[in-house]
Ligand binder design. Structure first.
Ligand code: NAD
Length: 393
């Protein structure tokens, strides 16, 4: 079945009288949500995309969850191969090994059951083998709702956008996230929250993304606090998964903002834990951008029920016991200056304020040391990059 491609919703018509003008791609994807949905509906959803021969992708720690689902596939759909060599950030060698399994098994559909690394491995298969993906996410990373693929080689992460990797169907089942330890739930949920916040100033930020992202922040903040209080609270897990989907759809549409560029540089170069890195970096990016992005600041504050976005985010991360420094995650201090230069080169022109290498270094140093983002003195939000006449003399 060929991919139907994006639906363009273009409000930039000259006769449009509201003054709102934007173009927004809505991704063609089926989203199935429900407690117990994965074991009840997976076979049906696989058949719906034309699949019967499944390449199951699940890491060893996700194998039990996957086995629970595949036990219910019935007679018409069967697992013809399993790939469990999942690694974070999808090394090219892992992608090639998974593709070889897909080819030799004659699989006609890829079913990842697991976190973003597992979904990413399935996407790598889809990229070259053009097999449909039916994703069953078990974390809040959100990769399943984007057409973004990522591969890592020689310490550099390459990403791209291709509709062929967008899972045809997502089956969200909060029961599958009950085993996700609290620390992983928090880091993964803050990764999702970062998708929401960053999409407010990313290159294709628009009012639809902003509305989706704001609802995502609300759902994630409430859900994560409740998960920390009671990890077995299925309603809380529901809310987090719902927020994760919203966050990823806002991110998919808006693109990568400064926050994601920073995490991308750090993840690719140093193999830092992905979700934890997001959790640490986000408050520092908000501290840097918020003074120059009042509307985004308001939205985040309102969604968090706080007077001030940054104070609200910092209070939330403390309440959740989130990691707060890159040093403990394995970043070496001597790498910061070079990383900062790469970040400054990669910073999107859409960022609410320019990002020099010195700015990036300041953000990275604060995040490395775990400084309090609310008390870290922020440089002038509207620096003039042109030297004044007196300075030139
Ligand atoms: P992950 O997939 O590496 O999973 C973290 C750990 O949790 C793994 O050990 C995994 O086996 C385990 N796990 C997963 N689900 C579990 C469950 N329900 N119970 C117990 N353990 C469970 O980490 P992640 O944060 O989910 O994903 C990070 C990756 O996703 C990164 O490589 C990132 O680049 C990618 N990502 C991609 C996109 C995209 O749009 N392409 C978006 C977000 C994240």
């Amino acid at each position: 079945m060929s991919d139907p491609g994006p639906i363009i919703c273009d409000m930039a018509h000259p006769d449009h009288r509201t003054g709102v003008a934007f173009a927004h791609d809505v991704l063609a994807q089926r989203v199935v949500f429900g407690s117990g949905a994965a074991s009840r509906l997976l076979a049906e959803e696989i058949e719906r995309v034309g699949g019967t021969r499944v390449l199951l992708v699940a890491s060893p720690s996700e194998a039990d969850l996957a086995a629970r689902l595949t036990a219910h596939l019935g007679d018409r759909v069967s697992v013809v191969a399993t790939f469990d060599g999942v690694r974070p950030h999808v090394p090219v060698a892992v992608a090639e090994a998974a593709r070889a399994v897909a080819r030799s098994s004659g699989a006609d559909v890829v079913v990842p059951v697991g976190g973003g690394s597992t979904t990413g491995t399935a996407k790598a298969v889809a990229l070259t083998e053009h097999l449909p993906v039916v994703a069953v996410p078990t974390t809040y990373a959100g990769s399943e709702a984007t057409p973004v693929w990522g591969l890592t080689e020689d310490g550099r992460k390459t990403t791209g956008v291709d509709p062929v990797v967008l899972p045809r169907t997502i089956v969200y089942d909060p029961e599958l996230t009950l085993t996700l330890p609290v620390a992983l739930s928090v880091a993964s949920g803050l990764n999702a929250l970062a998708h929401c916040v960053d999409s407010l100033w990313a290159p294709r930020a628009d009012p639809l993304n902003a509305a989706i992202a704001t609802e995502g922040i609300r759902a994630l903040a409430a859900g994560l606090v409740a998960v920390v209080d009671d990890p077995a609270d299925l309603d809380a897990r529901d809310r987090c998964l719902y927020g994760a989907y919203l966050s990823a759809s806002a991110f998919a549409s808006a693109g990568s903002g400064l926050h994601h560029k920073i995490c991308h540089v750090l993840g690719g170069a140093h193999d830092l834990p992905h979700a934890d890195t997001h959790a640490v970096v986000l408050p520092h990016v908000l501290a840097f951008n918020a003074p120059a992005a009042p509307e985004a600041e308001r939205r985040v504050a309102d969604a968090l029920g706080a007077d001030d976005a940054l104070a609200g985010l910092v209070a939330l991360t403390r309440r959740l016991g989130a990691p707060h420094d890159l040093h403990s995650l394995g970043l070496e201090e001597h790498d910061i200056a070079a990383d900062a230069r790469t970040v400054a080169e990669a910073a999107p022109p859409s960022n609410p304020r320019p990002v020099t290498a010195a700015d990036a270094e300041r953000i990275l140093r604060a995040a490395w040391a775990g400084l309090d983002p609310t008390s870290d003195p922020t440089p002038d939000p509207t620096p003039d990059p042109t030297p004044h006449k007196e300075e030139r003399r």
